[in-house]
Ligand binder design. Structure first.
Ligand SMILES: NC(=O)c1ccc[n+]([C@@H]2O[C@H](COP(=O)([O-])OP(=O)(O)OC[C@H]3O[C@@H](n4cnc5c(N)ncnc54)[C@H](OP(=O)(O)O)[C@@H]3O)[C@@H](O)[C@H]2O)c1
Length: 316
């Protein structure tokens, strides 16, 4: 996402080099959205994957977000005809005849999830999609979708700062055999050890609008990061690596999705794979960043209202 949109300018050559370095390190899950830079990210992936065997990567695509020419967000479209239209364009941009996991980015309030998933299921039958995924849905929607076609994973924010899924969504996913693909594992950089009060936010970087980065909350959140840095230092590692290792420790069915857009960040993230957290480490980590400690919601109020996963819950 950050290679094409939403986090300020990205360097194209460095983005491609980062994807190549990830593949070389054995990473094979690549997540994108057709709306990330209005097709930019899918074209970037196509370029990165040129000349490589298609079956060696798992491409996960989100669709459904509507945008205008200035990049503004104008709604969600989960109608069956739209699903097939979005997919046709994605396959063309990606230069492939199938997507491994296809998911609606946000539930369309005007279209029953059964209809959207039913259309993806048709595309599975036709061989253009391998698996049905979900994004930011709550437990009820997960059950309804899974009843239409088996769902392989739910992509949802999950980190030391965002543990809301532990109450109902994670147990329901486990009951149904649905994996969790966790995003925002580094809380979009806030929980990376590289954010500071002094860091200027570039124009177009949505972090300028996210409540947890707002001046009123940032100091409290960075104090949590400093507490985590002390734990990381004792383990001889970094804040980012320990935050990723914590998400990995949640279970074999929880997959951290990391938004590295530079090779140095990727190297730092990969170090998490070498960390084994003991029960004592976990207690110290959760002592530094207790559940619900984050100041501010994970999205601004208007976007929170679009999250099916937040119906009747607090994200904290
Ligand atoms: N389903 C959904 O609703 C949804 C929502 C958001 C994202 N996603 C998916 O999840 C992916 C990850 O999300 P995210 O980028 O917000 O999550 P993230 O991994 O929490 O944050 C990534 C950002 O953290 C900063 N960072 C600092 N140190 C890092 C390190 N060692 N490794 C990686 N990043 C580091 C980087 O910002 P700087 O480069 O500015 O330093 C980077 O862009 C996205 O690419 C997208 O595919 C899905």
């Amino acid at each position: 996402m950050g290679m094409s949109d939403l986090y300020g300018p990205a360097d194209r050559a460095e983005s491609l080099a980062t994807i190549h370095a990830a593949l070389a390190a054995g990473i094979n899950l690549l997540d994108t959205g057709d709306f990330y830079g209005m097709g930019h990210n899918e074209l970037l992936l196509r370029e990165a994957l040129r000349g490589r065997a298609r079956e060696r990567v798992v491409i996960s695509v989100k669709f459904g977000a509507l945008r205008d020419v200035k990049g503004g967000w104008t709604g969600i479209d989960g109608r069956p005809a739209a699903v097939k239209n979005f997919l046709a364009y994605s396959l063309q941009r990606l230069g492939t005849d199938y997507v491994d996991v296809y998911r609606l980015t946000r539930v369309d309030p005007a279209v029953p999830i059964e209809d959207t998933v039913g259309a993806i299921a048709e595309m599975v039958k036709a061989g253009h999609v391998r698996h049905v995924g979900l994004s930011e849905t709550g437990a009820d929607t997960m059950r309804r979708a899974h009843a239409v076609h088996p769902v392989c994973d739910l992509q949802i924010e999950y980190s030391l700062l965002s543990r809301g899924i532990e109450r109902e969504i994670l147990p329901t996913a486990r009951e149904l055999g649905i994996a969790i693909t966790a995003y925002g594992v580094l809380s979009r950089g806030l929980l990376s050890g590289h954010w500071s009060k002094e860091r200027a936010v570039a124009p177009g970087d949505i972090r300028g609008f996210l409540p947890r980065f707002a001046a009123a909350n940032l100091g409290r959140n960075l104090a949590l990061v400093e507490a985590l840095r002390a734990v990381a230092a004792e383990k001889g590692t970094t804040v980012a690596a320990i935050a990723i290792a914590w998400v990995r420790s949640r279970g074999a069915d929880v997959f951290p999705l990391i938004g590295a857009r530079r090779r140095d960040r990727l190297t730092e993230a990969l170090a998490a794979l070498e960390i084994d957290l003991t029960a004592e480490d976990l207690a110290r980590i959760e002592g530094a960043v207790p559940p619900g400690a984050a100041a501010g919601d994970r999205y601004a109020t208007a976007q929170m209202a679009h999250l099916d996963s937040e119906r009747g819950h607090s994200a904290r």
